[in-house]
Design a protein around this ligand. Structure first.
Ligand SMILES: *Cc1c(COP(=O)(O)O)cnc(C)c1O
Length: 369
């Protein structure tokens, strides 16, 4: 019997290997200059990210969670306010709303796109709604055009949660450039990931950009003068250096992911499972490749027994998390069903066809078994 290498969910070692020497040389330079926080790498990263995303301003910060928090603070959202959030997302989307003292109002998702159901969002709007936070889940843009029409109709700003979607777009318009503010994460396993925590907020609004810069730096626009309560939430120079190197290669990374996704579609096409939807005109960057199937947990265990990693994002939708109890449980049947059926397969730019073939073979045997 052949002994196979395990197949991980992501292979960060392979991803960093070609950058290793450049990163080490860059780190040595930073050590020599002693400028660790808010320096030239951070500014250069902000400039190139803004250019790549087609926005006027990009502001680095400490994490994707902080990016959402800063966005909510910059829009003066707080106690007594409601923020509409899709329930099928990573907890941080909703945590940020709690941090500012507002109430997350959970709405269901579309069972095909996994993204916020615009009709459900419309039904959840009240006079207290102060923002909507669509999430471009797994790397496919949310249905931004109808959502923006809805938001405009009610005068409610949109904050895009782009933590999984750097480089995604709808007909050329980049995720992060639709709403008032876009919030990005550079957590190492994200599709644009650093060598530690990091995040970024982007906007076209100059006043908001200035406020975001103040908020990320202790509420200060001039050293030791503090105009309002802010945070220590900056992106450090070493992270910015790593992210600059990765940003120049992001299109290659995305091409690698999309190639892996195409291989999955070819190898899994005949199996009794649901492949992820890719909407026409929506450029999916495949942060995750997420299938739906019956007996998910049994199949997952059988893949694991053969050294094949997989993951469930997310087993519990936000509206069922204890963190938010005793909030009334929202009615989100699509999210509830997805939570029991989704399975994300290994996905990274370096994933090889032979690996996809082996995953497909194991899945096929398990589903038939
Ligand atoms: C990862 C993630 C976040 C939080 O980003 P961090 O950098 O880990 O704080 C927020 N929203 C979504 C959808 C995420 O996937």
């Amino acid at each position: 019997m052949a002994v196979y290498e395990p197949i991980p969910m992501v292979d960060l070692r392979a991803n960093f290997a070609p950058l290793r020497e450049e990163i080490l040389a860059g780190v040595a330079e930073i050590l020599d200059t002693g400028q660790f926080i808010l320096g030239p790498h951070g500014r250069a990263l902000e400039e190139s990210a803004a250019a790549q995303l087609g926005v006027n301003h990009a502001i680095g910060c400490a994490s994707g969670t902080d990016a959402l928090l800063l966005a909510l603070r910059a829009l003066d959202i707080g106690s007594g306010d409601e923020v509409i959030v899709p329930t099928f997302t990573f907890i941080a989307t909703a945590e940020a709303v709690l941090y500012v003292g507002a109430t997350p109002v959970f709405v269901d998702v579309n069972p095909h796109s996994f993204n916020i159901d615009v009709a459900a969002a419309a039904a959840a709007i009240t006079p207290r709604t102060k923002a909507i936070i669509p999430v471009h889940l797994y790397g496919q843009p949310a249905d931004m055009l109808p959502l923006m029409a809805l938001a405009d109709q009610h005068g409610v700003p949109i904050i895009e949660d782009c933590a999984q979607s750097f480089g995604a777009h709808i007909d050329g318009r980049m995720a992060g450039s639709f709403g008032r503010i876009g919030a990005f994460s550079f957590f190492p396993s994200k599709n644009l990931g650093g060598a530690g925590d990091g995040g970024m907020v982007v906007t076209n609004d100059e006043k908001l950009a200035a406020r975001l810069r103040v908020l990320r730096n202790h509420g200060s626009s001039q050293q030791y003068y503090h105009d309002e309560l802010g945070y220590n939430s900056r992106l450090d120079e070493i992270q910015a250096l790593v992210l600059r190197l990765k940003l120049t290669r992001i299109n290659d990374y995305t091409a690698g992911r999309r190639n892996a996704a195409a291989l999955y579609r070819r190898y899994l096409g005949n199996l009794d499972l649901v492949l992820p939807q890719e909407r026409s005109g929506f450029y999916h960057v495949y942060h995750q490749f997420t299938i739906q199937l019956e007996e998910r947990d049994r199949v997952r265990a059988e893949l694991a027994a053969q050294g094949i990693a997989s993951a469930v994002y997310y087993p519990v939708p936000c509206h069922r998390q204890r963190m938010f109890a005793p909030a009334p449980t929202a009615d989100c049947p699509a999210a509830d069903r997805l939570a029991g059926r989704v399975l994300s397969l290994p996905m990274y730019p370096e994933l090889q066809e032979a690996q996809v073939a082996r995953i497909a073979e194991a899945l096929s045997a398990s589903i038939r078994g």
